[in-house]
Design a protein around this ligand. Structure first.
Ligand code: IFM
Length: 468
């Protein structure tokens, strides 16, 4: 990779947060997910997932975009991990595609897919990059949705079976596993408002799905431990910073309900072994009591090894009697990313300190954090994404603030390595530190990639200097 003009521009940016604020063995990563980058949707024995079906349904994804080709990573993974290594990262978070590995959602794994992932994981090992493998990043095999999807309890068992088979097949080349990515999105966006696959809008079904995703996590933890006793396993939840609009008791209660239905419904059972009163009060009659069986909470609360936190937003909650759970939410500040999300770095400090204080003393990882901007290739052929550099600097500073406050934060994965298929927004939103030209599949590291590499290098140099 060439390192042209952007480096000089970096000097003008005064680069990096003080790197000595991060522990010596802090991990620096980038993250992706299978459906968002792989393409090759009809190759290698892959079967359809709910995202194939959703994206191919007219009107559901922006511009009719699909993940059929995406970043063509399936065919380009070797050069992509070469590029990844050139960015200096120590860690890479990727997901495996359930519908590629186990197209029907049950039974033997597809050997072609196993070889594909073994190649990637071995390639990362050769380059000294530690993989963190997410077992479910939203791509449920379509046959399992046809059988009822996540609102149905059996899907949790199917996931546990899948997780065990994957860990048996890949456990010699990967040791760190995330069971589920952001089950809030899988349940509430997938089944609650239909914004994501499978596109169902039934709030009760969403709550059923949420509990079954929690159960799937717990069953998978037990299965992974049996399949690979030395494995490190955790779950990644999106944790939103929710602030009441005013001091009024109504708004405070609204914020508590929103917190119950977005954060607590997933954090409570995994880390505290129960659904708190706030969750039961908000969601009990709306569906939770239908699906929680004796023993479930023991399964879900099985000990894990780390906690993954994905963070994107601070939102303001207001009491709104005519809305679902009587809440409306809005961005905390005027929206500044191209997704309409506000940029409030201290919200990351808030969620990390909260998770550490209220939920778990496990090591934490920021398993995703990033922003979409209207990036473009300039006449010099560079992508000078100064907004993303400022974003990363701000949020990494906020992560360092959390460390200063005593949080055991072990690593940070920027979302995302590559521009990619942003779900219902198709290719219209670019989160990558590397630009992807979807016509030619050319990759151009953006200014933010150069900045991130320099941050990592400076951290490593600082560590070496203190050791010398
Ligand atoms: O692109 C997604 C990712 O798949 C899950 N977390 C949020 C990102 C940005 O929307």
């Amino acid at each position: 990779m060439t390192d042209p003009t952007p480096t000089t521009r970096l000097a003008a940016e005064e680069t990096v947060e003080r790197v000595d604020r991060f522990p010596r063995d802090f991990r620096w990563g980038l993250a992706t997910a299978a459906y968002q980058i792989e393409g090759a949707a009809f190759e290698g024995g892959r079967g359809p997932s709910i995202w194939d079906t959703f994206a191919h349904t007219t009107g559901l994804s922006k511009h009719g975009d699909t993940g059929d080709i995406a970043c063509d990573h399936y065919h380009r993974w070797q050069s992509d991990i070469e590029l990844l290594a050139s960015l200096g990262v120590t860690d890479y978070r990727l997901s495996v595609s359930w519908s590629r590995l186990q197209p029907s959602g049950t039974g033997e794994l597809n050997p072609v897919a196993v070889e594909y992932y073994r190649g990637i994981l071995a390639g990362l090992a050769e380059r000294g990059i530690r993989p963190l493998v997410t077992l479910y990043h939203w791509d449920l095999p379509q046959p399992l949705e046809d059988a009822g999807g996540w609102p149905v309890r059996e899907t949790a068992h199917r996931f546990a079976e899948f997780a065990i088979r994957v860990v048996e097949a890949l456990g010699d080349v990967a040791n760190d596993w995330v069971t589920l990515n952001e089950p809030w999105c899988s349940s509430f966006l997938g089944y609650g408002n239909g914004a994501h696959a499978p596109g169902r809008a039934d709030y009760r079904a969403a709550i059923h799905a949420a509990h079954h995703l929690n159960l799937a996590h717990g069953l998978a933890v037990a299965g992974i431990r049996a399949a690979s006793p030395g494995a490190s396993v955790g779950i990644t939840n999106i944790v939103t910073d929710i602030v009441p609009a005013t001091d009024s008791p109504d708004d405070a209660a609204a914020a508590e309900r929103l917190d119950a239905a977005s954060n607590r419904i997933f954090l409570d059972p995994v880390y505290l072994g129960e659904y708190s009163a706030a969750v039961w009060d908000t969601l009990g009659d709306r569906g939770l009591t239908d699906v929680v069986l004796d023993g479930d909470l023991v399964i879900i609360g099985a000990p894990t090894d780390f906690a993954g936190v994905n963070h994107y937003q601070r939102v303001i909650a207001s009491h709104a009697p005519d809305q679902q759970i009587q809440v409306t939410e809005r961005p905390a500040e005027p929206a500044t990313t191209s997704f309409g999300w506000s940029v409030v770095p201290e919200s990351l400090t808030a969620v990390l300190t909260r998770v550490a204080r209220e939920f778990t003393s496990l090591p934490l990882y920021v398993t995703e954090n990033g922003a979409s901007y209207d990036d473009y290739v300039d006449p010099n052929g560079d992508v000078v994404d100064t907004e993303r550099v400022a974003y990363l600097r701000g949020y990494l500073g906020a992560a360092a603030d959390a460390i200063d406050a005593g949080v055991d934060l072990r690593g940070y994965y920027a979302w995302s390595f590559l521009d990619n298929f942003e779900w219902a927004e198709g290719y219209s939103k670019r989160f990558g530190l590397v630009w992807v030209d979807y016509g030619t599949q050319e990759r151009i590291p953006k200014l933010s990639a150069h900045w991130y590499r320099r941050l990592i290098t400076e951290h490593q140099e600082a560590v070496a200097n203190t050791t010398a």
